[in-house]
Structures are given as C-alpha cells and as structure tokens.
Design a protein around this ligand. Sequence first.
Ligand SMILES: Cc1cc2nc3c(=O)[nH]c(=O)nc-3n(C[C@H](O)[C@H](O)[C@H](O)COP(=O)(O)O)c2cc1C
Length: 386
Amino acid sequence: VSGRTDWSLRLGELLSGGSRWPVTFRDWEAAARVRLPREVFDYVAGGAGTEQGVENNLAALRRWQLVPRLLDSAEAPSLSVSLFGSALASPVMLAPLGGVPALCDPEGEIAVARAAERLGIPVVLSTAASTSMEQVASHMPITSRWFQLYPVNDRAIIASFVRRAEASGYDAIVLTLDSLTIGWKPRDLANAYSPFRLGVGAQNFFTDPAFRDLIGSNPFDDVAASGRKMLSVHNNLGMRIRDVEWLRQQTTLPILAKGVLRAADALALLDAGLDGIVVSNHGGRQVDGVIPAVDVLAPIRDAVPDECPVLFDSGIRTGADIVKVLALGADAVLVGRPYVYALAVGGDAGVEAYLLNLLAELQVTVSTLGYSSVAELDRGAVRHGG
Ligand SMILES: Cc1cc2nc3c(=O)[nH]c(=O)nc-3n(C[C@H](O)[C@H](O)[C@H](O)COP(=O)(O)O)c2cc1C
C-alpha cells in the first residue's frame, strides 16, 4: 500500500491550490457529462424505470444523520479495517462496473488498476470487463483484487472463470445475484444502446477456453456476434440455492453474495457456505422503486453472525456517507459511479484525485465526529432523521 496514513494532509494541498480537479461528486459528474458521449453517460448514470431507486439511495443516506461526540478525537484517525484476516489500508474498495471503464478512458480497467494500486485500494473486477482478469492482475501486483462473478447459465464457463481468478491471484469471489437478467433501463432503450451488443466488456469471455468451446470459433473474428453470444449466456433466472452450493464446491476462495436486501436471503446464502455479503441494490439499476440499500443495512447486520463480513454499496459519494454506513455496521464500502466519472474526466490521475479526496474527507469526518478510528464507529454515531 502507499504507506500514507495522514490523508487529511490533502486539505492543505487543496487549499494551497495543489489540485486542478473537481472536489464534490456533483462537479465530477457534471464534468463527466460534458466529456462523455450522451449514450455512455446515460448508461452509467441511468437506472431502472423511473430511476427513483438511484436518487433514493442518495436521499436515504442524507436522512441518516451523524451525532458528534466531544473530546475523543485523534490526530490522524486510522482508516484501516480487516477483512478475511487481511488488513486493508481503508474501508474503500472499487465496485465492479461492467464495460464502463473502457468507455470512459482508452486504457479502461488498466487506468483504474493503476490508480488503485498507487493508493492501496482494492478493486472488484467485473466479469464484464474490457480487460482480462489476468491483465488487470499484472497491473496490481501488491494491492488486493477480487473477482466479481456473474453466474452465467453455463457451468463450464463459471468453473473456468473461478479457476482463472484463483490462478491469477484474486483474493475473493463476489457473486452478483441481483442481475440474473438485465433491468429495464429506459435511457438505454431510448438510445438503443447496450455496450455488450457491441462486444464491449467481453474480454474475460473472449479469452476464456470454455466460452471459446461454446461458440466454436475465435470470438475476435466477429466481435459483435460474440458479444451477443455473451449476452445470451448471461441470463440465468433459473438459478437456485443449489447452484450456489455447487459454486461453493468449485473454490476455496472466500465467496461474497452481492445484491442482498433481505436478512433471510443473507442467512440462506451463508447456510449454503458463502463467507460474506454485499448489501446493495445495484445502484438502482435493476428494480424501479427499490428500497434504498442503506435502509436495510442495520437489520441485515444484526441478523448475520458478527464475524460475517458485510460490505455495502449503492449511493456512496462522500466520506460522510462512508462514516454513516460503517456506523450502521458495514465493514467496508464499494464506490461505484463516482470513480468512472473521475476516470472520464482525468484518466488514472482523475481516479486518484477523487479517491484521495474521499479518503481525506473520511478521515476528517471521523476526527470532527469525535472518533479516533473507523474501527471504533458505532451505532451511537448515527441516527435516522425520519
Ligand atoms: C454502469 C454500471 C455498471 C455496473 N456493472 C456491474 C457489474 O458488471 N457487476 C456488478 O456486480 N455490478 C455492477 N454494477 C453495480 C455496481 O457494482 C454497484 O453496485 C453500484 O454502482 C452502486 O451504486 P452507485 O454507483 O450509485 O453507488 C454496475 C453499476 C453501474 C453504474
């Protein structure tokens, strides 16, 4: 990791004019909107149906309020957390965003990997990446990488992906269960736009021996046709808990289930042998009117065993957002849309600038809230504003 622990020095850097990048999430988003083709921006920003799920995630986070305490701060509060027995420099990881990095930057996932490696921030690489998992691995020799697995409807491909993730040093599998079919996203429908139909986000498939066996030809010969084939293996609404149990047998890596919004689902998945969960509503992209993920975090945390890692995403934009969800019981967060906006604005330097600000704001907020580390955050730090 970078070795830097006093992220709040960033405050001084910014005040002395040391950065030319936007500061707030809304400014990054606005700058990305100007730079990206309309259909790409819409693809990233959009959500299911009326898109109320996207904004409700942010509104719900705003309704949780922080309750400062006095005379118990520390100079540079430790941001470090422990997950599956490994220490992480901070509770921040990068969410899997399929196809998107390559649409925002010529180097795509490699630019993201470079920024993440410099800051010691782990990446959860999407199944639908435009750079193969082996290539991303080669750009992140030190910092932890996890592989996000879409449970496609072909077990040979799943088994092959898992073997490749193990062989290239990924530390965990994140099994996404809320996207067994793609949500109804009006912006993409109006723009007639799906990156996957163009063969974007397909490198893990196109380089995979089991996928190549399935299509019986070189996927690169006709990228658009192969992209459509990838989409046809994606849908798997017939998936059941026995398929999760089968996956459990395929690897000794920790497996987390992503997309959990009910305590009963969390418990069933842990029963099936999974090791952790990610409370998430996919950033409001799957179900219109979905409950804000933050509003189910505490009940799910309370339902699962204390030692079960619970990660959170859907609406994390600021350091204060991170403090709120850690106080509600999350062990770490995944940052989604903001880092690809920063990528579109400034490549790997943009991603690094956004994340530096996020870590600095997190550290400053822990201090001003009156805590001496993120590990110490508790329910007393947060209250629902009604
Ligand atoms: C453009 C886009 C692509 C995504 N692709 C994936 C993916 O390939 N796999 C996955 O598990 N989640 C995917 N997600 C969901 C994110 O991992 C994460 O749950 C979501 O972005 C959190 O919401 P937020 O960005 O509003 O904070 C995607 C989200 C976006 C915005």
